[in-house]
Design a binder for this molecule. Structure first.
Ligand SMILES: *Cc1c(COP(=O)(O)O)cnc(C)c1O
Length: 402
């Protein structure tokens, strides 16, 4: 066997936009014997997890838990309020809006997509025009992605609510916060969101496997008017169970509940405002390095306006084949895994190799961000891509700000 001479031995760093780094406290909470699922600690813990999931989403309304990934939460949310023949308006700012819209069509609904491209946010006036043109109020819901993980744009959800209200349109506002919950500021009740979906493996720092649908009283009324809702996805018994098993439509996700409890303790112990502030500060350090590298050569951030950037994921381009070459170098040589580009080019298009993404969501701190950025700078040197000098120093200065 030939021994490889690399610097990759040591703790690896998975810097992709989900699944995110799992805290040791979460791993330890999950490393235990199977519990009783009928009474005792697990049942009590589930009640506290449900209460704290409301706190994380900033809502006093309802939440249902699903043993599923984010796609499952999408399907669950739609299944409760969208049926065959319904119409749904979908402003799209990247790959994920299209995925959710496709699930609508799978349920027999019609979608009207307003396309905003792969590097910008909503134009609220265009959305307002589409709502005003719908004089018969046929749109039952507006589907919005808070942070599109492919483009790394952060959309204005409060502004979208305002536009819906100004148009006097009764459509439900349904929001995908899978990449933003526990990272970017989100206020379900204050922003007037009717349905919000998220999953546990991004800002919530738990291995993939459970996801959530929060819903308002208004959405519950829309659910009650449905001709039928598939039993398994029905949020009503999950949010308001007569028996414990109804929380999950069957056996509880035992170890995920233990992991979630530990993760929610960390998040609420730090405080939502501080969790948001930490992500914002770390994101500014990432951008400072990237913008400095971009002063010379091909490095560029996908979202030009900092006020529209996610605080949890950053999409970047380096030109093919350098994006893939950089990812392969940092993974193989120094134990750092960066995200692939998503939705920017088809995977069989040579241009695909020009894109990549940095995940900085959840359990990340200043020294991890500096390690990731240092690794990228080493990679840029190693693969010989010209770049502006001083990226690390620019990031360090941002971290040093109070
Ligand atoms: C990750 C993600 C999804 C999909 O979640 P899965 O767990 O992979 O099914 C959907 N929407 C957004 C915004 C995401 O970031």
């Amino acid at each position: 066997m030939t021994r490889q001479k690399t610097l990759a031995a040591g703790r690896e760093y998975l810097a992709i936009p989900g699944p995110s780094v799992i805290p040791d406290a979460v791993l330890q909470a999950m490393h235990r014997a199977a519990p009783n699922i009928y009474a005792g600690e697990l049942v009590d813990m589930t009640h506290s997890v449900v209460a704290d999931l409301r706190r994380v989403a900033r809502t006093s309304q309802h939440v249902a838990i699903y043993i599923a990934n984010g796609h499952g939460a999408w399907e669950a949310a739609l299944s409760n309020v969208i049926g065959p023949g319904d119409r749904v308006l979908v402003p799209a700012t990247g790959r994920f809006a299209h995925g959710w819209a496709d699930q609508c069509r799978g349920l027999g609904a019609e979608t009207e997509i307003i396309e905003f491209g792969r590097a910008s946010t909503f134009d609220l006036d265009r959305i307002g025009a589409a709502l005003k043109a719908d004089t018969g109020h046929r749109f039952k819901a507006v589907l919005a992605t808070h942070v599109d993980t492919s483009s790394s744009v952060r959309n204005d959800i409060a502004g979208l609510r305002r536009v819906i209200d100004e148009c006097g349109h009764p459509a439900l506002l349904m929001v995908d916060c899978i990449a933003s919950l526990g990272c970017d500021v989100f206020e379900m009740d204050a922003w007037g969101v009717d349905v919000m979906v998220s999953a546990c493996q991004k800002g919530l720092m738990v291995p993939p496997g459970v996801s959530f649908v929060w819903f308002s009283d208004r959405a519950a009324e829309a659910r009650a008017r449905m001709a039928r809702v598939s039993r398994y996805w029905d949020w009503a018994p999950r949010a308001n169970p007569a028996e414990y098993y109804q929380h999950f439509g069957g056996t509880a996700p035992t170890h995920h509940i233990f992991g979630l409890r530990a993760a929610l303790d960390m998040i609420l112990g730090e405080g939502m405002e501080q969790v948001w502030a930490r992500h914002a500060h770390l994101a500014r350090a990432v951008w400072a390095a990237c913008e400095t590298w971009g002063q010379e050569g091909p490095f560029a951030l996908n979202i030009a306006d900092p006020s529209l950037r996610s605080h949890a994921v950053t999409a970047a381009r380096l030109g093919a084949p350098h994006g893939t070459a950089l990812r392969e170098w940092v993974a193989g040589q120094i134990g750092l895994t960066l995200g692939i580009g998503l939705g920017m080019a088809e995977s069989n298009d040579p241009a695909w190799h020009g894109f990549f993404r940095l995940g900085h969501m959840g359990h990340v701190n200043g020294q991890m961000i500096m390690g990731m950025l240092g690794g990228i700078e080493a990679g840029l040197c190693a693969i010989g891509v010209p770049h502006g000098k001083g990226g690390l120093e620019a990031a360090a200065k941002v971290l040093a700000e109070g």
